[in-house]
Design a protein. Structure first.
Length: 67
C-alpha cells in the first residue's frame, strides 16, 4: 500500500505496540516506540534509507492508524 491508501487502513489513533503515521506523501511507523522510516529527519547520523530511528516530533501532519 502507498501512503495515501494507508490513510484509511486499520483503526484510527495510536496502537498499543504498532502505530502507522501517514499522509499523501509519506508514511512511517513505530513499533514499541521506535520509529522505522526512510526519512533521516531527527536522526543524529542522518543516514538515508529505511532504518530504525529516534522518535519524530510533529506527528500532527500525519493521520495516525493502527492494526
Amino acid at each position: 500500500m502507498d501512503s495515501t491508501a494507508l490513510m484509511s487502513w486499520g483503526r484510527k489513533g495510536p496502537g498499543a505496540w504498532i502505530t502507522v503515521y501517514t499522509n499523501r506523501g509519506h508514511a512511517w511507523l513505530t513499533v514499541a516506540g521506535i520509529r522505522l522510516d526512510t526519512s533521516p529527519v531527527n536522526d543524529p547520523v542522518g543516514l538515508p534509507g529505511p532504518r530504525w530511528r529516534l522518535g519524530l516530533e510533529g506527528e500532527h501532519h500525519f493521520k495516525v492508524r493502527h492494526p
